[in-house]
Design a protein. Structure first.
Length: 280
């Protein structure tokens, strides 16, 4: 028997870009804020006039600067955000306010000032709304470690539950145990009569959770829609219902007998037999 074990860990890799996103744009944002504050102080209301082309260029430049700062900074609700990155995220709003004040001082047209203010307000609201929606749809999950064990047994030792598909050279019972840290174990056999799969799966239920749906994919696909039987090997009372069976996979619905205040796990065994159709 040969085995392949794959371990996937959700770990945060620190990179140079991550460092920048944690507050590296602070110096740029501070420079823009101070520069605009100096311009506002040197150009009080009515002392200068901006022509439309210069006004549009100023708006485009400020929007590019604000976009660059925010794209290179973690959003406030991002789990990787630091206090400095949260401060930097707010600075484009201050820059937009200063831009509005600067344009107001240098523009005589009231309608143009109002349109500029509304435009900057819409852009800022859009940044904040998109950021909050994106973070709410990606709630930070606790770090988890998933270990999956795939087992491929020799064809000379088929499972005892498939006597009509494969010749039996071994009368030992089918393996129904699962390693402590393994998520699932698969064993697949095939010959000229058909194919059979036995799968042992560990299913975790969160506190208060009763229902869960699990999917199995058959790669490559089975030669026919299999006959499937299920069994709960370990765990509290529960039921398993076959919701769908196809040559490429199967779907099962699990339901615990009651709700539990602590995490609960089930170990289930699923046996699948696909018999090759013989032409008459």
């Amino acid at each position: 028997m040969s085995s392949i074990a794959a371990t996937l860990t959700d770990s945060t890799t620190s990179t140079l870009f991550d460092v920048v996103r944690r507050g590296g744009m602070f110096a740029t944002a501070l420079f823009v804020i101070l520069a605009q504050a100096a311009l506002i102080a040197r150009n009080p209301i009515g002392t200068a006039t901006l022509n439309p082309s210069l006004l549009y260029a100023t708006l485009v430049g400020i929007l590019c600067v604000n976009g660059g700062i925010r794209l290179c900074t973690f959003a406030p609700r991002d789990p990787q955000a630091s206090w400095l990155s949260r401060v930097v995220w707010v600075t484009p709003s201050i820059i937009s306010l200063e831009t509005f004040m600067l344009i107001s001082n240098a523009t005589a047209s009231g309608s143009l000032i109002m349109m500029t203010g509304l435009f900057l307000l819409v852009v800022e609201c859009n940044w904040w709304i998109v950021s909050l929606q994106r973070q709410s749809s990606k709630r930070p999950q606790p770090t988890t470690v998933i270990q999956q064990q795939l087992l491929f047994d020799s064809i000379d030792s088929p499972p005892t539950w498939a006597p009509n598909i494969l010749p039996r050279d071994d009368t030992s019972e089918a393996k129904t145990t699962l390693a402590t840290h393994a998520q699932q174990s698969w064993t697949r056999f095939f010959d000229e009569s058909g194919e059979s799969i036995t799968a042992i799966e560990r299913v975790l239920f969160e506190p208060g959770q009763r229902h869960q749906t699990i999917h199995f994919s058959f790669v490559p696909s089975l030669i026919a829609v299999p006959e499937i039987t299920t069994q709960i090997v370990e765990g509290p009372p529960a039921t398993i219902r076959l919701a769908e069976a196809q040559t490429f996979g199967a779907r099962f619905e699990l339901k615990l007998g009651q709700k539990y205040e602590e995490p609960v796990e089930l170990i289930i065994q699923i046996q699948m037999i696909a018999v090759r159709t013989v032409a008459a």
